[in-house]
Structure formats: structure tokens, C-alpha cells
Design a protein around this ligand. Structure first.
Ligand SMILES: C[S@@+](CC[C@H](N)C(=O)[O-])C[C@H]1O[C@@H](n2cnc3c(N)ncnc32)[C@H](O)[C@@H]1O
Ligand SMILES: [Zn+2]
Length: 273
């Protein structure tokens, strides 16, 4: 990979960073190390809400175990079919499953960014052909308006960060859960289940991005009970809402047939923004 082409900027002063050995430096000599795993830590202390923000080690392991089973491969394929050009920035890339498959299938220059150091360490294990950054999606440390395609899967929207990074003619692709997503899992762990629906469209419109395409992807999968089902549960936000006793029910089930329901959106800048 080229050493300076990704257009990284200093998170303190926003001047360009250049690589000197294992260090990245701006003209004002703010410097950042490349970790031994290969990522660059561009997260400033004042951008952290806790000492180790984002997913922890257990969540990262659960996510990798589940994603490597291939059950979400159709989501990855649907995403890849929408990406036309790089450079690509994955905001909230997690442990890099989707990022890596996209890089392999598209051959584009890809940057993966996450606030969780543990997630990025996992991502570094997948490949060194992606520029992995520990950084905040609220202010991605890339040159202004330099990214042709931003992808963001199952991650909170950070409109100011999108506005900073996206090229004038660029596209943002978001992937979010639809109302029926994992309904059968929710029926096991909750007494009462509501069809929850979320759409990024209004918040993106407020930030100056219009939806140019919406695709719904639904399919059924059967997930074995025990560890695979627990791994899936542990990578969902339900993990934080359900008591350990409730979650243990997932260990005793033989298998569960689940509905996967996700929605992909493509956004562009509104013409006058
Ligand atoms: C539900 S996970 C999705 C991960 C990955 N996109 C996937 O689908 O496997 C959400 C990710 O957003 C990251 N995240 C949360 N807040 C963030 C922020 N402010 N900047 C960058 N990443 C953030 C978390 O650390 C986590 O890895
Ligand atoms: Zn600087």
C-alpha cells in the first residue's frame, strides 16, 4: 500500500499527515505511531467518552465468530454490488468483515475506521491491505471531501463526519436493520416484542443528503443453538437490554430459524449543499 496516498490528516490541526517509518507526522510535528498490528491510532483523548470506547474484546470475538459463519454474506454481497468507486471509507467498520470482503471484491483503496481499538485489532488480523484507523467517525481524519464512497453498517449516523469526508460527487451507503430483523430471537429473550423500525432518511436529509435508492434484503437462516446463537446475540444491542438468565435460554435451544431483514440506502449530497 502507498504510504501517503490515503490523504490522512492530523486529528489535532487537520494538516496532512505523512509517514516517516512507523510514525505519521503533520507539519506541526504532531505525531502518531503505527501499532505493531498495523493500525494507526488517530483518536484523541478528548474524543473518547470512556477509556476503551466502542465494542469490547468479547463483542469483537462474538462478531467475528458469527460473521465468519457466512450467515450475513448476502448482506455483504448486496453492499458490494452498490459500491462503484473508491476510495472507500467504512465508518464504524468493527472487526472488518464487510470492509475486507468489499476490498477483495472491488479492488478499491479502502480505509476502515472504528472508535474501538479491540475491533481494529481484530480487523488487522483479517488483512493488511486496508488502512485501519482507530478514530472517531464524528471527525474522520481524512482530507476534506476526498472519499468517493462512504459505507456505514449498523453504526450510528454521524452526519458532520460524513459531510467532512464525502467527495462532492460521492455516495454514502448505509445498512440498517428492518422491522422484522431477528424477530424469532427477540421472541425468545423478551416477553413482548415490537416490530422496531429505523430509517436514516430524515436525519440524513437534515444533514443535506438525499436518498437516491432504498433496497430491502430479507431472507431466512437457521442458526444452531448454543454458541452460534449466543455469538449472534452478543453482537446485537439486545445484549445490553436482557438479563443473563434470559440470554441463557439461547444455550438450550436446538436451533432457531431467523428472519434477516435489513435495508440498504444510497445517499448523495443535495445539489445546493
Ligand atoms: C454494531 S457495530 C457494527 C460494526 C460493523 N459495521 C459490522 O456491521 O460488523 C457498531 C460499530 O460502531 C463503532 N462506533 C461507535 N461509535 C463510533 C464513533 N463515534 N466513531 C467510530 N466508530 C464508532 C463501534 O465501536 C462498533 O464497532
Ligand atoms: Zn497536527
Amino acid at each position: 500500500m502507498k504510504d501517503s496516498a490515503s490523504g490522512l490528516i492530523c486529528p489535532k490541526c487537520e494538516q496532512p499527515l505523512t509517514a516517516q517509518g512507523n510514525q505519521w507526522q503533520c507539519p506541526d510535528r504532531h505525531s502518531y505511531d503505527t501499532a505493531k498490528q498495523g493500525y494507526i491510532n488517530l483518536l484523541l483523548v478528548n474524543q473518547k467518552k470512556s477509556k476503551n470506547p466502542g465494542d469490547d474484546v468479547d463483542m469483537v470475538r462474538a462478531r467475528t465468530a458469527f460473521l465468519d459463519s457466512g450467515i450475513y454474506e448476502p448482506i455483504s454481497d448486496a453492499l458490494n454490488a452498490l459500491v462503484k468507486t473508491g476510495p472507500v471509507l467504512d465508518i464504524g467498520c468493527g472487526e472488518g468483515y464487510y470492509t475486507h470482503r468489499l476490498q477483495q471484491q472491488s479492488g478499491c483503496e479502502v480505509i476502515g475506521l472504528d472508535i474501538s481499538r479491540e475491533a481494529i485489532k481484530g480487523a488487522c488480523r483479517r488483512t493488511k491491505d486496508i488502512r485501519w484507523l482507530v478514530a472517531s467517525g464524528a471527525r474522520p481524519p481524512v482530507s476534506a471531501r476526498s472519499i468517493k464512497t462512504i459505507i456505514s453498517l449498523f453504526t450510528p449516523l454521524m452526519p458532520k463526519g460524513l459531510d467532512h469526508a464525502l467527495a462532492d460527487d460521492g455516495e454514502i451507503i448505509t445498512v440498517n436493520t428492518g422491522p422484522q430483523h431477528l424477530m424469532q430471537l427477540r421472541e425468545v429473550i423478551y416477553d413482548e416484542v415490537k416490530a422496531e423500525s429505523f430509517t436514516p432518511v430524515p436525519k440524513m436529509a437534515d444533514a443535506g443528503f438525499i436518498a437516491v435508492d432504498e433496497q430491502k434484503l430479507t431472507y431466512e437462516v437457521t442458526v444452531p443453538g448454543g454458541d452460534p446463537l449466543v455469538a449472534l446475540f452478543n453482537m446485537t444491542p439486545h445484549r445490553w437490554k436482557v438479563s443473563p438468565e434470559r440470554a441463557e435460554k439461547l444455550q438450550t435451544i436446538d436451533s432457531l430459524t431467523l428472519e434477516i431483514d435489513v435495508v440498504l440506502h444510497r445517499f448523495r449530497r443535495q445539489k445546493d449543499s
